[in-house]
Design a protein around this ligand. Structure first.
Ligand code: ATP
Length: 246
């Protein structure tokens, strides 16, 4: 179970709160989509769940462990985080980057190398393992960024817009991987602006806007509950409106 309860967060110096009493729950084993317009609070929420940002009030729980000082390290081991921005060293090769991330989790030697090789193969990067990251395309960087979050075998994979700015081939590969990974028992929480993608990938979605929950449920059930809506995007627009966000 992934649970956030009544989260409030105003960043230092900000005039408006980023989260204003946000609560939702996702069952263990789900592929959960956290959706919302620009500035809705998605990244802030997952940052709090992962222990990277502190909520002003309210709490987050991952598999029954409350995100606090006492559990931060245990939760860190349970979660693999794929940030929105590529978090790789551009001058290092893919292999050097992945070895570095493996070492952060105490992995080393042949077992680490074998694991990296297997993932490079799975993500179609085996021929580029000794190439520096700055020479990679956007899709290759994104795929490497995902591998970095998998090496310690997380129980929950959190991805912030993992398919933004990648080509159709990379996107399709990434989505297929997420489905298979989930079938192995790993829970997935992801954010996206691509509603069609979320509709086909997610078993559960939560739509947030202005730091609050506006809607939660299974995509097909939400669409059925709104006969005037053809798809999840229609439902999303029904609740969040057409006004442009800053
Ligand atoms: N470090 C920060 N300092 C001040 N304000 C911030 C900070 N990070 C985010 N915000 C603000 O908090 C609000 C929520 O931002 P957040 O990045 O969580 O939203 P989001 O839903 O992930 O948006 P997007 O879809 O654009 O990535 C926005 O108004 C944003 O400007």
């Amino acid at each position: 179970m992934i649970h956030v309860h009544n989260l409030h967060k105003t960043y230092r110096g900000a005039l408006e709160p980023s989260l204003s009493g946000l609560s939702f729950r996702f069952p263990k084993g789900s592929i959960a989509g956290l959706l919302g317009p620009n500035g809705a609070g998605k990244t802030t929420t997952i940052s709090i769940l992962c222990g990277l940002v502190k909520a002003d009030t309210g709490h987050a729980e991952v598999f029954g462990l409350r995100q606090d000082l006492a559990h931060r390290e245990s939760i860190k081991r349970l979660i693999g985080i794929v940030p929105q921005q590529i978090a790789l060293f551009p001058q290092l090769t893919a292999m050097e980057n992945l070895e570095y991330f493996g070492h952060l989790y105490g992995l080393k030697g042949r077992p680490l190398r074998a694991k990296i090789d297997a993932y490079l193969q799975r993500f179609g990067l085996e021929k580029n393992s000794n190439k520096e990251i700055y020479k990679f395309s956007g899709g290759m960087k994104r795929r490497t960024n995902i591998i970095a979050a998998l090496l310690h075998d997380p129980q929950l994979l959190v991805l912030d817009e993992p398919t933004a700015g990648v080509d159709v081939q990379s996107r399709s590969m990434i989505l297929q991987f997420l489905r298979e990974y989930n079938q192995q028992g790993v829970s997935i929480l992801y954010t996206s602006h691509l509603l069609e993608e979320a509709q086909s990938l997610c078993s559960e979605v939560a739509v947030i806007d202005q730091g609050r929950l506006v809607l939660q449920g299974q995509p097909h059930a939400l669409i059925q509950q709104h006969p005037e809506c053809r798809n999840l995007e229609d439902v999303f627009l029904h609740y969040t409106g057409h006004a442009l966000r800053d």
